[in-house]
Ligand binder design. Sequence first.
Ligand code: HPA
Length: 279
Amino acid sequence: MQNLKKVQICTKTLKNLLPQGFTPIVGLVLGTGLGSLGESLEHTTAVPYTGLPDFPQSTVTSHHGQFLAGYLSGVPVLLQQGRCHLYEGRQPDEVCMGVRVMAELGIQSLVLTNAAGSVNPLFAAGSLMIIDDHINFTGKSPLTGTNEDSWGLRFPDMSRVYDPEHIQTFEQAALSIGLRIEKGTYACVAGPQLETRAETRMFKMLGADAVGMSTALEAIAAHHMGVRVSALSCLTNQNLPDCMDEATIEEILAIAGKAGNNLARLLCAALPKLVDGME
Ligand code: HPA
């Protein structure tokens, strides 16, 4: 669904709660265990989701529920600290409300982050992966229903959802700070259960490198609205179908927390280069 009215009302309320004249250029969504990145932001203003009309709250305890406005490497950024998911019983329009609000506020670029399981045996737990494509395995789309022509096309192209220039920017930024980074395809599932061995084998055969429960719908919604999208996965566990270890949410959170530091370094290095006319 494309919930224009709700998004516009929410955008207006949020705008009034942000510092006067603050115009975010980059939007950021922080995924499971990665919320501490908010601490790297300077001159922050927090707006809890509870203060925004119809804004969906996350029920996941590891997710804060607020927007943070501030500056990262000198770039005005609006950051979503916590998001809601399909597995919480939310609909695609609710999952995508945050990115649509940020797009209405005029962000040029969106960086989505998540925790994901690696299905590529070469991609170790604890590493970061640039998403260069996705498989939407949820069976859902945020674009169903009447198309909002002021947002985008009825049948938007999805051949390059993740901006190729921004992918290069992240690769170069990783190199500049001496950080090994992977690049690959993210399969998005609805969850909340993790994958069986057979499902993991299937995702590997389909060409996925990682699997997770967020990001693809938000990427579709933002790309539909003409925002330049990029996304990073923190690979919290490795799923090898023939010798699969049990994965627990505690381990996933612990690894995401540790990788959060590298994510912050990478974003600080890359951010100014994601903005047209900066640098
Ligand atoms: N599967 C799906 N989502 C996840 C995983 C996983 O293995 N790890 C972290 N998020």
